[in-house]
Write a protein that binds this ligand. Sequence first.
Ligand SMILES: [Zn+2]
Ligand SMILES: [Zn+2]
Ligand SMILES: [Zn+2]
Length: 155
Amino acid sequence: MTPSGSTRPESDLAWAGVRDRLRARGLRWTPQRRTLIEVLSQSDGHVTGSELVERCREIDPGTIPSTVYRTLDVLEELGLLSHSHGADGREEFHVLPAAVHGHLHCIDCGTTWEIEADEAAALVSSLERRRGFAVDVTHLSIAGRCADCSAAKAD
Ligand SMILES: [Zn+2]
Ligand SMILES: [Zn+2]
Ligand SMILES: [Zn+2]
């Protein structure tokens, strides 16, 4: 388990070809989309759609949320983002996900941690074995209380 958000040097590389990849999906390269890519390339770890809309609006007040969300969908299909759900169920986007992972959310301090593949495999193996249910680990979000918050509660 590692805290989310680490800068990776390949980040610039990943965004370099995005313009052509969006075009190949039939999305025009508009100023709004360029702004969104700029915002995403400076984002790390997890961001919600509304946070992204806010950041785009700071640069371009004419940002249209539906355009942002439609572009996010396509970027997810291209593997540049993945979405999961926070403790309250809202969508969170993970920018440049390095690997399939689930999430732990502390309901007290609001911190999110990633559940890595081997840890997730141990968690879901009984569901796969007993029910034949193949868990989509990227959608695995577990809410609870972290060790620090549990200790604080116990004091
Ligand atoms: Zn979902
Ligand atoms: Zn994540
Ligand atoms: Zn906590």
